[in-house]
Each structure stands twice: as C-alpha cells, then as structure tokens.
Write a protein that binds this ligand. Structure first.
Ligand SMILES: C[S@@+](CC[C@H](N)C(=O)[O-])C[C@H]1O[C@@H](n2cnc3c(N)ncnc32)[C@H](O)[C@@H]1O
Length: 250
C-alpha cells in the first residue's frame, strides 16, 4: 500500500490524531466536535447527514475513508444505525475498532479493492475521500451497487486541494460523471461556509500552538498553519481557487 497517494502521511496523521490532546482540543473547538478531521467537515456538515438516515430498524451506514471512525460513532449515537467503515490506514482502523467495538464493522482496505454485497447500505458517506478512487467512474458504479433501493450517498467534495478547481458547480468531475451515467443527484455549494470555517480553524490553531509544541507535535501545528494560509485572503480571492460542495446522490 505504501505506494498509494498519501498512504504514509495518513498513517502518521492518525498516529498523531490518536495520541494528541492538542489536536483533540483543536478539532473540538475549530469544528464544533472532535472527529479527528483531516480537513474540512465541521459539525454543521455532519449534522446535514442525519436527515438522510431513515427512521427504521436495522439501518446500515458505510463511511468510505472513515479514518478512526469518530464521525460514524457520532451518527450511531444519534440514530442507533449499524456502522461500517473502511480506510487504508491501519492506525486509523485499529483505533476505530477499539473505540466502537459494538454494532460496527471496520475494515482496513483500499478504495477500488474492497467490496461489499449488493444492496447492503441505506446510506454511504464519503467525506473528502472520493478523490482517492483510482477510477472514479467504476467506483461510482460500485457505490451504486452497494446501495439498497431508495438509499442515498452523501459526498463532501472539495476542489482546489487534491483535485483541481473547475469553473463552477456545474463543471465538477463528479457531477459530470453522474450526469453521464444518468444518476440523479442534488448539489449544495458550501464554499462560503467553508471559508468561514477556515478563518475559525486558523484562529483556533494559533491558540493551541504552545500545546502542540509541548507535545512534540510542532510539525502538525505547522501543517495546520499552512492549510489555513487562505485565511489571509478575501472570500472573493479564496473562491477563485477553492470550492466546496455537498452532493446527495440517489
Ligand atoms: C481527506 S481524509 C478524510 C478523512 C475523514 N473522512 C474526514 O472527513 O475527516 C481522506 C481519508 O481517506 C483515506 N484514504 C485515502 N486514500 C485511500 C484509499 N485509496 N483507500 C482507502 N482509504 C483511503 C485516508 O486515510 C483518510 O482517512
């Protein structure tokens, strides 16, 4: 797996996330809840997922690129759904297994390689993970196969980081792929919300500088500062380079 994009970086990231008190405090304050986020999903985005979880018995949710499972843990706590997650980081999956041993199944594996039975999930979430699919078109087919009839897929999708910024909400690679396949979906542009969160992230990172350094996690602090560099430009400038959308696929 070591040759996969960012594999070693994510192994190190989740080791730090599992151990660092500064990072837990940072996430809680910057995002409203500590989900060991690598990036961009705050509690407002996660709470949007709740309305797509059916109110019935035996609901199952899959999180692709679930990290240490904390988002799933939150969704389970709110809805009692059975939670499934996979990620290629063994540091992340070992932690998920120990945090959430019940009503759950966590697997270490790669997008494009791991498989589930057909019509298995009521909801699939991909929070900043769909970009890591080696073949987006066939991965979308696979996700649709895994979905129960009437199920939904919730995707948080950022342009300007791992994938390039396209012109506007109608030109995203994911949107085009779905249209070509005749799959119905709705989109929401949350770029402004994302910019506001970035400002908050910067402010909170600065607050926890000393704690990160005392823990020996200065390099992660520096990364947070680098990731929030856009806090120094106006929203107009930011939105030329970055965009964030939520897709609900049915
Ligand atoms: C940007 S992070 C998002 C993590 C989490 N969903 C969140 O919102 O904070 C991407 C996640 O996908 C995982 N990942 C990246 N490439 C992967 C791949 N090829 N197969 C499985 N997981 C992968 C990483 O370990 C990481 O947990």
């Amino acid at each position: 797996m070591a040759e996969l994009l960012f594999y070693n970086e994510y192994e190190q990231f989740y080791k730090m996330a599992n151990e660092s008190r500064a990072f837990r405090s940072f996430c809680k304050e910057a995002y409203g809840e500590d989900f060991s986020q690598d990036g961009f999903s705050d509690i407002n985005q996660i709470n949007r997922i709740l309305k797509y979880i059916p109110h019935k018995k035996d609901v199952s949710i899959l999180d692709v690129g679930c990290g240490n499972g904390k988002m799933l843990g939150y969704l389970h706590e709110k809805t009692n759904a059975f939670i499934y997650g996979f990620d290629y980081s063994s540091n992340a999956i070992n932690e998920a297994k120990s945090l959430y041993p019940n009503n759950s199944e966590f697997k270490c594996g790669c997008i494009g390689e791991l498989d589930y039975p057909k019509e298995y999930f009521d909801l699939i979430i991909l929070m900043d993970s769909i970009y890591f699919a080696p073949d987006l078109s066939s991965f979308v087919d696979q996700l649709m196969d895994w979905l129960k009839p009437g199920g939904k897929i919730f995707v948080a999708y950022q342009e300007g980081d791992v994938i390039p910024k396209t012109e506007n909400i109608n030109t995203t690679i994911l949107g085009k792929t779905l249209k070509d396949k005749g799959i119905s979906f709705i989109m929401e542009d949350i770029t402004r919300e994302s910019y506001d969160m970035l400002l908050k992230k910067r402010e909170v990172a600065l607050k926890y500088e000393k704690m990160f350094i005392e823990e020996g996690n200065e390099e992660w602090y520096n990364l947070l500062i680098w990731q929030t560099d856009y806090a120094n430009v106006s929203f107009e400038e930011f939105s030329k380079k970055m965009a964030r959308y939520i897709f609900i696929i049915e």
